[in-house]
Design a protein around this ligand. Structure first.
Ligand SMILES: Nc1ncnc2c1ncn2[C@@H]1O[C@H](COP(=O)(O)OP(=O)(O)OP(=O)(O)O)[C@@H](O)[C@H]1O
Ligand SMILES: [Mg+2]
Length: 353
């Protein structure tokens, strides 16, 4: 997978955040964050609550000062440039439209600040609203729109000024699941169309994996890994990434000569794995379970999830392992049944126990 967007409009600039630090009292919100974003790329910052995502975004926007480190955009050092001169569009979690302005005037607001003519403002704001699918709602006020519509307006407003960089801080978290998925796909489509370099913050891993060129997993104020979604999932660089992104079983394993013995199968190990005996992080879809009257494992539960099901299986030593399989195969399993478990020989990360 390439790290550059496929359909960039060519307007993007590179963003470089280097060695950023920010403390609040004893809390190291950022602890040496390095993040380089390619022109036109969408990087999604993913991480648990309190790991420093919003702090990173606010420092990039100039809304917060770093204690140390530098920021450059398009090769220009922004460290001492105030927020209103940084040329960034922002969308936040909470709806932030001006309630006394119409939708069209909300979107045109930044253009007015920049001294564009009334005709140009109306044209550009109208185009932006068409782009986010709100062409018929120019004259409404914010309180006459649904949450999803308000966030579309916020996105149109952020993009209307043709910012060098687009910053999105959990823009979808107030929306219900269905609208959330629709709007995230729409944000990605618009971003690819316009080609704006984008930093998108979320703690929702499915959202991150779905829209990013690369996902940056943050942990305690720094990046653990920055990689395209499929690579992040298949080859987590640290135990934290392995357990934070996607479901992983923890299966006892012994590493010899770069291979791990996992449930009797020799499996290649990923870079960064522990040596000797440890615990392999094994994806549920890598676990194979077959009915076997002489098997050493027992089915503890089967959960039907539509096209796939998840079987929870107890090993002889009491370890619980979750296997994901096609629901058609899972139909042959029942609680209490004896089964044999094995794993696909895909590379795993082995961590110290
Ligand atoms: N103005 C502030 N004063 C004191 N502590 C702060 C301030 N802003 C952030 N922090 C602390 O810095 C750490 C990082 O906060 P930040 O808001 O960046 O986290 P986050 O990753 O965005 O979390 P969430 O997913 O909950 O939004 C937290 O421990 C937070 O309590
Ligand atoms: Mg936050």
């Amino acid at each position: 997978m390439s790290t550059a967007p496929e359909a960039s409009g060519g307007t993007g600039v590179a963003v470089q955040m280097t060695g950023l630090r920010r403390s609040y009292g004893d809390v190291h919100a950022l602890d040496g964050l390095d993040l380089h974003i390619e022109p036109g790329e969408m990087v999604v910052l993913l991480g648990p609550s309190g790991c420093g995502k919003t702090t990173a975004l606010r420092i990039l926007a100039g809304l917060e000062r770093q204690d140390a480190g530098t920021i450059s955009v398009g090769g220009k050092d922004l460290t001492r440039v105030p927020a209103n001169k940084r040329d960034m569009g922002m969308v936040f979690q909470a709806y932030s439209l001006f309630p006394h302005l119409t939708v069209l005037d909300n979107v045109a607001f930044g253009l007015k600040l920049r001294g564009r003519s009334r005709a140009e403002r109306r044209q550009r704001a109208g185009d932006m609203l068409d782009m986010v699918g709100l062409g018929q709602h120019h004259d409404r006020y914010a309180n006459q729109l649904s949450g999803g519509q308000q966030q579309r307006v916020a996105l149109a407003r952020a993009l209307a000024i043709e910012p060098a960089v687009l910053l999105l801080d959990e823009p979808l978290s107030a929306l219900d699941a269905k609208v959330r998925v629709q709007l995230r796909d729409e944000i990605r489509r618009v971003q690819l169309d316009v080609g704006t370099t984008t930093l998108f913050v979320t703690h929702d891993q499915e959202e991150a994996l779905a829209v990013a060129d690369r996902v940056g997993v943050m942990h305690a104020g720094r990046l653990d890994q920055l990689a395209p979604p499929a690579e992040l999932y298949a080859a987590p660089a640290t135990p934290f990434v392995g357990s934070f992104v996607g479901l992983s079983n923890r299966v006892p394993a012994t590493v010899t000569d770069g291979r791990a013995d996992v449930l009797g199968t020799a499996v290649p190990v990923l870079a960064g794995s522990a040596a000797g005996s440890g615990v392999a992080l094994v994806r549920p879809e890598s676990v194979r379970v077959v009915p076997d009257a002489g098997g050493a494992a027992t089915v503890a539960a089967v959960a039907f999830l539509g096209p796939v099901s998840r079987a929870t299986v107890t090993l002889a030593d009491g370890t619980l392992v979750i296997a994901q399989l096609a629901s058609s195969e899972a139909a042959a399993l029942h609680v209490g049944q004896r089964v044999a478990l094995s794993v696909e020989p895909v590379p795993v990360l082995v961590v110290a126990d």
